[in-house]
Design a protein around this ligand. Structure first.
Ligand code: URA
Length: 433
């Protein structure tokens, strides 16, 4: 005997129309839409249409909460309650040269706190933490839940691939948004990020919301709205959440790519590294440790005296990587020099992100490999004075044919002028509940 057909409680077209016409959907209708999409009853075309209506018309806080809850309910919920350590996570909305997770996770873990960093891969111009770490020979991104818990218990820090069980509705919806021009909607970004973080079961969370040319949010007003929305979602769900709004008009640090970003992170763990990477690492570590009950932790000392480095080395070894391995370097390089003496006034995050991506550091399709040694090394940052002929940045690729297209996108992406630029601070605002 065949099973009777399931009677669906709502009709997708009605839900889409209500979102399009701003007449409002009930909580039950929104929950059904997410559930029916996860079951593949609602089609990609219907969900794309719904997502576009959300992008164009927005959602109120109540609707965003329902959407987030529905995405959490689509999968498993983890709990770190039995770990015997406080847990605190960090999430960045994504930027160029953003390798902060690499030094930050071992630094915070050096204070006895557990830092579960369930991370992703890069798509488009922003890099992925797992892609960067896979530059280390042998390093393994996929861990079982047992391995993840054991590593957190022993070392405190783990950076690994997020399993497929957390918020599977988001996994489908994010891939769909990526190809339908609906990534930038604040309700969709907030529910996407927070559903994964709440389902993961962290006790507390620090959000690094990027604003600028290399970020999803190009203006401060929208970045603030996103940050406030996510802080409210986390707090209402019992996750102590703080957000920092930070600059992404300029790439972070000097390295943009994969292997070179790991190298720069190790410099920070060794007590050196570029000032902006150190500043953001230390600021985020302080926020995380304050949420974990250690507001007076001396984080700079843990970078200087090798405690954070010790955790890093153990963390890489635990995932079969060799922390002493020589990282790959590009075979083909080209250096761009200053045409005249002056001050560097612009290194545009978006243009440099796209150029690094064209060199092979990023992927165009999820199934593509990344070239670990490809990327860009900056020799200067905005505000630096340069002499005519001084190196500004070096492009690196495995294949010389990739270099001209990267140079093309960099035309207009940097400037050397007579007058120093007005700069804004790296950490622009702090948002709390
Ligand atoms: N990161 C996510 O996980 N989701 C988004 O929508 C944007 C950034």
């Amino acid at each position: 005997m065949t099973e009777p057909a399931r009677v669906e409680a709502f009709d997708a077209v009605d839900v889409i129309r209500a979102q399009r016409d701003r007449t409002g959907n009930s909580e039950a209708a929104l929950r059904w839409m997410v559930d029916a999409y996860t079951r593949e009853y609602v089609t990609d075309a219907q969900m794309a249409s719904f997502a576009m209506a959300v992008l164009l018309n927005g959602m109120d806080r109540g609707e965003i909460r329902v959407l987030t809850d529905a995405m959490i309910a689509s999968g498993e919920r983890m709990s770190f309650a039995g770990l015997g350590r406080r847990t605190v996570d960090k999430h960045s909305t994504g930027g160029v040269g953003d390798k902060i997770t690499l030094p930050l996770a071992p630094l915070v873990a050096a204070f006895g706190v557990a830092v579960p960093q369930l991370s992703g891969r890069g798509l488009g111009h922003t890099g992925g933490t797992l892609d960067k770490l896979e530059s280390i020979p042998g390093w393994r991104a996929a861990l079982s839940n047992d391995e993840l818990f054991a590593q957190l218990r022993e070392l405190g820090a783990v950076i690994c691939a997020a399993g497929t069980g957390l918020a599977p509705a988001d996994k489908r919806l994010y891939a769909l948004r990526d190809v339908t021009g609906t990534v930038e909607a604040i309700p969709l970004i907030a529910s996407s990020i927070m559903s994964k973080k709440i389902a993961e079961g962290t006790e507390s969370l620090v959000l690094d919301v990027k604003v600028g040319s290399g970020a999803f949010m190009h203006d401060l007003g929208r970045a603030r709205d996103l940050a406030q929305t996510m802080v409210a979602l986390g707090t209402d769900s019992g996750v102590a959440t703080t957000a920092l709004i930070t600059d992404m008009d300029t790439p972070l640090g000097l390295a943009i790519g994969n292997a070179n970003e790991v190298r720069e992170s190790v410099e920070v763990l060794a007590g050196g590294g570029p000032a902006d990477v150190v500043e953001l690492t230390v600021t985020l570590a302080r926020e995380m440790l304050a949420l974990a009950g250690q507001p007076d932790a001396d984080v700079e000392a843990a970078l200087q005296d090798g405690r954070a480095m010790d955790v890093w080395r153990a963390m890489i070894r635990a995932q079969d990587g060799d922390p002493d391995a020589v990282l790959p370097t590009p075979r083909e390089t080209e250096t761009v020099t200053a045409p005249s003496a002056g001050v560097v006034t612009r290194i545009d995050a978006w243009d440099f992100g796209v150029a690094a991506w064209r060199l092979g550091a990023g992927r165009a399709r999820p199934q593509d490999p990344v070239v670990h040694e490809a990327g860009i090394d900056l020799h200067v940052k905005p505000g630096d004075s340069v002499a005519a002929g001084q190196p500004l940045f070096t492009l690196g690729a495995a294949d010389a044919s990739r270099i001209p297209r990267a140079l093309e996108v960099l035309e207009g992406g940097w400037a050397v002028e007579a007058v120093a630029p007005a700069t804004r601070p790296l950490v622009i605002e702090r948002i709390t509940a």
